[in-house]
Design a protein around this ligand. Structure first.
Ligand SMILES: [Zn+2]
Length: 73
């Protein structure tokens, strides 16, 4: 998994399959997901949150499910 610090570009494409990724965000985190292959990237201001997502990517998926992260596109 790759977490980039400065991800300002909207609608990035997946590094693996080159499809458009779907973005989710809140005040603290931006998270990009490629549904077809499951690849994702994210960035967060909160280093603790970054570490948490590194350790367990499902933390971010749970946040999407709980609507703590809202869709960008
Ligand atoms: Zn992909």
């Amino acid at each position: 998994m790759l977490l980039k610090k400065n991800m300002t570009k909207l609608y990035p494409t997946c590094d693996k399959c080159k499809k458009t990724m779907y973005g989710y965000m809140n005040d603290e985190v931006i998270f990009w997901l490629c549904p077809p292959c499951g690849y994702f990237q994210g960035s967060a201001n909160d280093q603790e949150l970054v570490d948490m997502i590194y350790d367990d990517p499902f933390v971010a998926l749970d946040m999407i499910k709980e609507k703590e992260l809202v869709p960008i596109n």
